[in-house]
Write a protein that binds this ligand. Sequence first.
Ligand SMILES: [Zn+2]
Length: 322
Amino acid sequence: MRKIGLGVWAVVLLCMGFAFPAMSAPAGASGCDKVAVGLQVLGSGGPIPLPGRASAGYLLWIGGKARVLIDAGGGVFLRFGEAGANLADLDAVLITHLHTDHVADLVALLKSGYFTDRDRALTIFGPNGNERFPGMREFLDAHFDADKGSYRYLRGFNAGDEGLFRFDVFEIGSEQVADPPRQVSDGVQMQAVSVVHGPVPSLGFRLDITLAEQRYAMALSGDQNLSTSTFTALADGVDLLVMPMAIGQVSTPVQRTLHATPRDIGLAAGKARAARLLVSHFMPRSLASPERQRVALAEGYHGEVIEARDLLCLPLQPVLYQ
Ligand SMILES: [Zn+2]
């Protein structure tokens, strides 16, 4: 029997209606590119590897484009691609704090911009430093400094040359007052406040979005123990409040110096009058006894509680202001 070449088989298969899979990103896999304004979970886990959960990361989609990235823990690089997001579309990156489960994939994501047509600067907001932690600027310098950076082959990030783009970096202080509102993207105003996460400089963000004469509002907290109420006040009246739920209701004092219990999260969400509460940043201890955690959350909060999972897209609802 005569051997048939691969090319001939291809023609035969195509004629029979078979098509070869296209080599393209799964754009729109999540549907978040189809809504007016949506928040997508890129990572619903924390610092412990769990099946199906990347470490912390979230993406704000506006008008079909991913505009603001919040945190970039391990696995977020992969989820960013699965979400169909494009690094060239990002206007701002907001980093809550510099624990690995919030920034481990940041450098890899930034580097991916080399392969896009991005040449405009990227604005990066993060916490300032203390004796235990670098500030956002020092963190980036440690990677990209032309002489000493661990990824000094990417030194083009400093001047915006060698195929890379510049960063505009803003560090936000540790005082317990809200930072002034800043415009971070077209129609997007961001306000940040420090939150208490043990000795770790950590931030919470509120985002107010105006699109087609509609207003949307959400707030997202970095890891915190809720021992101060500044973030809760900042989140007043939002449609969507995102809170890390890293410990269970039964927890140790050490755990509670870093994180808030489900009961305290529920109370804060109730006080903030948030229409919906998205709990995320799961760890085995906060995934255990789900009924007990739900009951504790419901003590102070009677709105809709949503448990985060990776790639979940939550369309934001317009907020009515009087
Ligand atoms: Zn964390």
